[in-house]
Design a protein around this ligand. Sequence first.
Ligand SMILES: Nc1nc2c(ncn2[C@@H]2O[C@H](COP(=O)(O)OP(=O)(O)OP(=O)(O)O)[C@@H](O)[C@H]2O)c(=O)[nH]1
Ligand SMILES: [Mg+2]
Length: 190
Amino acid sequence: MSPKNDRLVASALTSQEMPSDKMSELAFLGRSNAGKSSLINALTGVKMAHVSSSPGKTQRIHFYRMKNWYLVDLPGYGYAKVPKSIREQFGQAVEDYLTSRQPLIGGILVQDIRRDPQEEELTVIRWAYERNLFIAIAGTKMDRLNKHEQKMRIDRLQDAYHLEIYPISSRTKEGVDKLRDAIRGLGLIM
Ligand SMILES: Nc1nc2c(ncn2[C@@H]2O[C@H](COP(=O)(O)OP(=O)(O)OP(=O)(O)O)[C@@H](O)[C@H]2O)c(=O)[nH]1
Ligand SMILES: [Mg+2]
């Protein structure tokens, strides 16, 4: 196993394949290509999640061991080029995970700051509310916008979600510290 994967403890599709020690889990989820894996690597300072050169590569639920929790990288939804049968299989796995996984305490919904929320994002938020899970929005790829556009997009997502928006660039590391602090605020030690 390569050093970057030392923390990967499970790549699961079914609950039987997931860790059974009941340590808290925080999930990173969002549309394919939104920048989940890049954000995970920027937050942890470890190149542990695979950054896709072509989107739709994360097709299993990956569990990475942190000090007192598991960081969970969920497959990105909404990527058309992944065959439908596979898409449905991991779509179901993600839904099962988010709606019934007991150690799950919350999610970071990762979304390209330039995009508006769609049906899938709102569904995810509803699941989180139904279970009283922590949820925050990480608006990625801020480096793609100028200052004026950045402000417009942050305001827009704030209005759409009514949740805390963490504007982020995994490329320049802007905003990464602030999100890391929020995660620490949940009692999760990086
Ligand atoms: N400019 C810029 N590009 C980014 C940023 N974050 C991610 N990217 C790029 O966006 C593409 C997708 O990034 P990933 O981190 O693999 O996205 P993902 O959400 O994990 O994608 P899937 O695993 O396919 O669902 C890659 O080409 C990244 O280099 C960012 O903050 N700024
Ligand atoms: Mg990924």
